[in-house]
Ligand binder design. Structure first.
Ligand SMILES: *Cc1c(COP(=O)(O)O)cnc(C)c1O
Length: 365
């Protein structure tokens, strides 16, 4: 048995017939940049995220950049976020000239709201909770703090399309919610894609201008913009795949259920959802002692795993100028040594899940 960590080849084999037809149809229309599929996709997303507006973009990274820019994040501002995210969360803060202010995390890897307030200064502009692994951060407390200090909230929901907190969708809590449709995300395009959601009409209109050179129409430019558009072909594919999103999430939840029942929780910390969360299991991250040895052992047994992420961002060479050091965020740093992401994708068979669980249990028992 050989178990890949993700299985895009298998995904393609199940949808090839339909998507090839769809590509032909979409390209034959002759609208390759912009077009009807984009508008349809935005309507689909508004429904899923329960927001008034959605803007299709070329990546989750640009969603974060445009979102923060439109919320007024600028040079020398401070943005509060976590040190254990994907690098793009912080890169976008830095590119706007702002400073990332890190806050340590909870056992579920999301921001610890209790540690936010003492990091707020008169330069703080926004809080960026990252909903890691498919679980939404504790938004009640975060919204309360943002209101008290008049801060903006930009949700990095790149890993959490369809996830909920107290029944409310990821992305709908803050001023802007940012998502990725990168091939490795639960709702995936065939290349780079992303989107933002908001209830702020003006912000959504400005984001639509900025993604397209700042052009309000063919001849009028109010603000210089970027090229951050989603391709019509990606939107067509996403509109097709979005019909399966609920099914994909439910299979992932079933796979997680299998792990919960079969992995030995005496040795393995499991990513349970708390009572407020609806977990979409973008990833299934366990926390274990002897992580590296376990990963090697699984590799030898033909099971591919991943680590999201082995080096916390405050310890990356790129972050040097912000003068953080080892020990600043002990929980995130400890987790970086214990986390291991298991295969959880919707293409796994029961037999494969069983094989993975047995091997992991065997390693510890
Ligand atoms: C994937 C991801 C991003 C970036 O999304 P892209 O579409 O790849 O630009 C940002 N933040 C987090 C937490 C992510 O997982």
């Amino acid at each position: 048995m050989k178990i890949p960590y993700v299985n895009l080849k298998k995904q393609w084999s199940t949808e090839k017939k339909n998507i090839l037809k769809l590509i032909d149809k979409t390209l034959s229309n002759g609208e390759w940049v912009g077009g009807p599929e984009i508008r349809k996709f935005e309507t689909n997303i508004k429904r899923i995220c329960k927001t008034k507006y959605a803007v299709a973009l070329n990546s989750g990274t640009d969603a974060l950049t445009l979102g923060m820019y439109l919320l007024g994040v600028k040079k020398d501002d401070e943005v509060i976020t976590i040190p254990n995210s994907f690098i793009a969360s912080v890169a976008t803060i830095v590119h706007l000239g702002a400073k990332p202010i890190f806050v340590d995390v909870l056992p579920d890897q999301n921001i610890d709201p209790k540690k936010i307030e003492k990091k707020i200064t008169n330069k703080t502009k926004a809080i960026m909770p990252v909903h890691l692994t498919g679980r939404v951060s504790n938004m009640d407390e975060i919204v309360k703090i943002a209101k008290k200090y008049n801060l903006k909230i930009i949700e990095d929901a790149a890993q959490s399309v369809g996830a909920k907190y107290k029944g409310k969708p990821a992305g709908s809590f803050g001023d802007v919610g940012c998502f990725s449709a990168h091939p490795l995300k639960n709702l995936n395009a065939i290349g780079d894609s992303g989107f933002l959601v908001t209830n702020n009409k003006k912000l959504s209109e400005r984001a639509k201008d900025l993604r397209n050179h700042g052009m309000t129409n063919r001849n009028k430019v109010n603000h210089f913009g970027h090229v951050s558009r989603m391709d019509n072909i990606q939107a067509a594919i996403l509109n097709y795949r979005i019909k399966n999103l609920d099914k994909i999430i439910s299979i992932r939840r079933k796979n997680a259920e299998f792990y919960f029942k079969n992995l030995n929780s005496k040795f393995i910390k499991l990513p349970y959802e708390n009572k407020n969360q609806f977990n979409t299991f973008h990833t299934f991250v366990i926390q274990v002692k002897n992580r590296d040895k376990l990963q090697l052992y699984l590799k030898k047994n033909n099971i591919k795993t991943a680590i999201h992420y082995p080096i916390p961002i405050h310890l990356q060479p790129a972050c040097k100028k912000f003068k953080y050091s080892k020990g600043d965020f002990k929980i995130a740093e400890n987790q970086s040594k214990e986390i291991l992401t298991l295969p959880i994708n919707e293409h796994l068979s029961k037999k494969e899940l069983k094989y993975i669980s047995n091997k992991i249990n065997k390693f510890y028992e």
